[in-house]
Design a binder for this molecule. Structure first.
Ligand SMILES: NC(=O)C1=CN([C@@H]2O[C@H](COP(=O)(O)OP(=O)(O)OC[C@H]3O[C@@H](n4cnc5c(N)ncnc54)[C@H](O)[C@@H]3O)[C@@H](O)[C@H]2O)[C@@H](O)CC1
Ligand SMILES: Nc1ncnc2c1ncn2[C@@H]1O[C@H](COP(=O)(O)OP(=O)(O)O)[C@@H](O)[C@H]1O
Ligand SMILES: [K+]
Length: 463
């Protein structure tokens, strides 16, 4: 599992550790890890040209000491000082090692720019000089390695309301920060490399589950299992308007851990479902419901509300979200909106949700007392008790019509298999993305192909 801590948590852990260590030790650990990462990024150090963008704080200090380290190993290192102040010890170290102070004119011909403008002490946005320097790097296609965080992003929310650095690599220290996982900032980080500096941290605000974590959650059948004990899922999805959604969501459900799938809907749609999936049966007892994908205008809101209030857990997707209200206890409900659907639920603009995905996923979880799986390039999962998980393994090729129906069916199957809404959402988002990676292999794919790749993705996870 990966963890992301808040700036406040990082500061507290750093203060505690710094009190026990000689002054400057943490910065040296950070700078050494940073220098190694930059050297690996460049594929060597000797003769490499490195420009450091230096702000007024310790983020600039890290960059300067790393620059000194690289200069000692034969790199030509130039610091561009973007404020009246720069970390004095770091600047001296750089000069002693043979580095020099230069200007933005050095950027076009350099191999890499190191963003030491601001880190966890930064406010969103870039001041004029910093922005101008970053723009030169962008214009000349020079890759930027961000120190700790890409400068200009909002570290604790992942929002990017102002101009910011877009990094080719981010090297962070001690623990991940929220901006490393939550879009749009996560995209601005590029790959994130974590350098251990020995911090002792409290439990994290945000977690990213890895393959081993998902494997441990997955409800694998055992010798005593039968089709009922494995869980039966009811599907109320698709319509005469959108029959394909029913077929696709069913494919997602059947590729999950359930023993049986029941379809409830118009005869014509039920026939289409059974033609594609003869193993599907009709109405009856279930352990969970997946409701809403492709219902279009044909949704029976009172019936959906009855199911939301019943004991069985429910995945509520797409059009079904219209039945959700903020009254009552919905802790066993998982909703799977994209940003547009969440914006309608909360009565805010879509762009506002997209700008602060973590905030609005949490708000919806609290307001409706549900677990929220907010779809997007990175998926944000927020539970009503405040836990947050992010899924990061998707490919943009997954942004294809019907992919959300596969996810709803799969999450329903995981709920029917006995997982909590939070775990079902986590395993669902992870396996959905893993299947998309197999289905796509770097090219176009379809929702049905993603569903068909789920068994192989699951097999690889479990083996
Ligand atoms: N505290 C520690 O023990 C450690 C800190 N480390 C580094 O120190 C960084 C934090 O250092 P600081 O607390 O000095 O803060 P930063 O260096 O992140 O930035 C704070 C400075 O930037 C200015 N500033 C804020 N927003 C700005 C903006 N948008 N544009 C331009 N200037 C802006 C502030 O006035 C302040 O002087 C971490 O991100 C990390 O890189 C690492 O060396 C590890 C150890
Ligand atoms: N840029 C992206 N990168 C990776 N995954 C994405 C991206 N955009 C969307 N997705 C994923 O693709 C799926 C699309 O689902 P959805 O928006 O419900 O589409 P539909 O309604 O057509 O089924 C979601 O799982 C979402 O997380
Ligand atoms: K930075």
């Amino acid at each position: 599992m990966r963890h992301a801590h808040t700036v406040e948590q990082v500061r507290a852990a750093e203060a505690e550790l710094m009190a026990k260590l000689p002054e400057g030790t943490l910065m040296q650990r950070a700078a050494t890890g940073l220098a190694v990462a930059i050297s690996n990024f460049l594929g060597g150090t000797y003769g490499a040209r490195v420009v450091l963008l230096i702000g007024s704080g310790d983020n600039g200090g890290d960059a300067l000491y790393a620059g000194a380290n690289l200069a000692r190993r034969g790199a030509q290192v130039t610091a561009v000082l973007l404020s009246d102040r720069a970390h004095a010890g770091g600047l001296d170290a750089l000069k002693v090692a043979g580095g020099r102070v230069g200007s933005t004119d050095d950027i076009p011909s350099t191999d890499v720019v190191v963003d030491g403008i601001v880190g966890i002490g930064g406010r969103p946005g870039l001041r004029a000089e910093a922005l101008a320097a970053v723009r030169v790097a962008e214009r000349y296609g020079v890759p930027i390695v961000a120190v700790d965080t890409p400068s200009g992003v909002d570290v604790d929310t992942g929002a990017t309301p102002e101009p910011h650095v877009n990094a080719a690599l981010t090297v962070t220290f001690g623990t991940h920060k929220i901006c490393h996982f939550v879009d749009p900032a996560a995209t601005a980080c590029g790959p994130v490399h974590l350098v251990d500096i020995g911090l002792d941290l409290p439990s994290a605000e945000v977690q990213v589950l890895q393959a081993a974590d998902i494997r441990a959650l997955y409800p694998v059948p055992h010798g005593e299992s039968d089709k009922y004990s494995r869980g039966v899922l009811g599907l109320m999805v698709g319509s005469t308007q959108y029959p394909g959604a029913a077929v696709i969501a069913t494919a997602g459900a059947l590729a999950g851990p359930v023993g049986m799938v029941r379809y409830v809907g118009p005869d014509a749609v039920a026939n289409a479902v059974r033609e594609a999936h003869p193993e599907v049966v009709g109405d009856g007892r279930v352990q969970a419901w997946a409701i809403g994908s492709g219902l279009g205008d044909e949704l029976d809101i009172p019936r959906i509300r009855e199911l939301l209030d019943a004991d069985e857990p429910v995945v509520l997707d797409a059009d079904g979200l219209k039945a959700l209200d903020d009254s009552g206890d919905h802790v066993d409900v998982l909703i799977t909106p994209h940003a547009g659907e969440l914006s309608r639920l909360l009565g805010v603009d879509r762009a506002t949700v997209e700008g602060e995905r973590l905030k609005y996923a949490r708000l919806a979880a609290e307001t409706f007392d549900v677990t929220v799986l907010l779809k997007g390039a990175t998926t944000v999962i927020a539970s009503p008790d405040g836990e947050v998980r992010i899924n990061t393994n998707a490919t943009p090729w997954l942004a294809t019509a019907g992919a959300g129906d596969v996810l709803a069916g799969l999450c329903g199957a995981l709920l029917a298999g006995g997982l909590t809404p939070l775990d079902a959402a986590s395993a669902g988002a992870y396996l959905h993305a893993a299947a998309a990676n197999l289905a796509s292999a770097g090219g176009p794919t379809t929702a049905i192909t993603v569903a068909q790749s789920l068994p192989e993705a699951t097999r690889r996870l479990l083996s």
